[in-house]
Design a protein around this ligand. Structure first.
Ligand code: AMP
Length: 257
């Protein structure tokens, strides 16, 4: 069954006590993945393609902040209001805010359908906190996928990116244009350019990635969980490469168990 399309990810996007429209029943070997890579390598696009193939939910911390942005100002906690200012500038939101948000959503990490984390963890402290959280819940990670792409390609991808206001689907002005300008092919929602996809914010985000997130590659390599995939080619090509790497990874793991 394809959980992805029918699942509105309400528990993740809006937080507890909201429950998802479809809660997967037990899946034999749920995939529990982290997607790493600089902003713009296409983690969000891959997460939604992988979600269709693997049925694990796409959990993006950036999507939670964007969902909060469209909420009434008075409903936002002071921490969330300040988080949105960091985000607008392209800076990382403080670890304490991100970790409170993820801990609140522990139900998504324990989900029987597994998960695909996109945009979290982004600092070593977040990665260490996640390791503790998962080990307390007895949910082991399957693998960490590291998407690699040259910086010039990253900038081109980010500056043409268009995101659906409603379902968060991602399009690109030239590479993956919607059928009708400004309108989402999937849900007919309005497409917009993220504030942090403006040139000055892109630069800040790439610097934050080099400084804070790049060290996670070493962290997960040491943990024996890292799989590197070249993020070149069409989204479908990249997804196919990822699936090949993941299935090979899992069969090696089963063979050695
Ligand atoms: P993304 O959609 O993953 O590119 O995230 C958009 C923005 O949300 C980032 O540039 C940060 O400002 C903020 N953000 C998302 N996830 C995190 C995180 N794990 N740690 C810190 N900031 C984050």
């Amino acid at each position: 069954m394809d959980h992805s399309h029918s699942n509105d990810r309400a528990s993740w996007l809006q937080g507890p006590p909201r429950t998802c429209s479809t809660v997967p029943s037990s899946v034999a070997n749920p995939w529990r993945l982290i997607l790493l890579g600089a902003p713009g390598v296409g983690k969000g696009t891959q997460a939604s393609l992988l979600n269709k193939e693997l049925h694990a939910c796409h959990l993006s911390t950036g999507d939670v902040f964007r969902a909060a942005k469209s909420r009434n100002e008075c409903d936002l906690t002071p921490a969330m209001k300040s988080a949105l200012d960091f985000m607008r500038r392209g800076e990382l939101v403080p670890d304490s805010t991100v970790l409170d948000m993820v801990r609140e959503r522990g139900v998504c990490l324990r989900c029987a359908g597994g998960f695909i984390l996109d945009g979290f963890p982004r600092t070593l402290d977040q990665a260490e906190a996640l390791t503790e959280l998962l080990s307390a819940e007895h949910v082991p990670l399957t693998a960490v996928i590291n998407y690699e792409l040259p910086v010039s390609d990253i900038v081109a991808r980010l500056s043409g990116r268009l995101t659906c206001e409603k379902c968060k689907a991602v399009f690109h002005a030239t590479e993956r244009p919607p059928k009708s300008t400004g309108v989402c092919d999937i849900c007919q929602g309005r497409l917009f350019q993220r504030e942090d996809d403006r040139p000055e914010s892109i630069r800040v985000r790439l610097e934050a990635y080099d400084r804070s997130t790049f060290p996670l590659i070493q962290f997960y390599k040491k943990a024996g969980l890292l799989l590197t995939v070249a993020a070149t080619g069409s989204p479908q090509d990249i997804c196919a490469k990822t699936l090949t790497a993941l299935h090979a990874w899992r069969s090696r793991y089963i063979a050695s168990a």
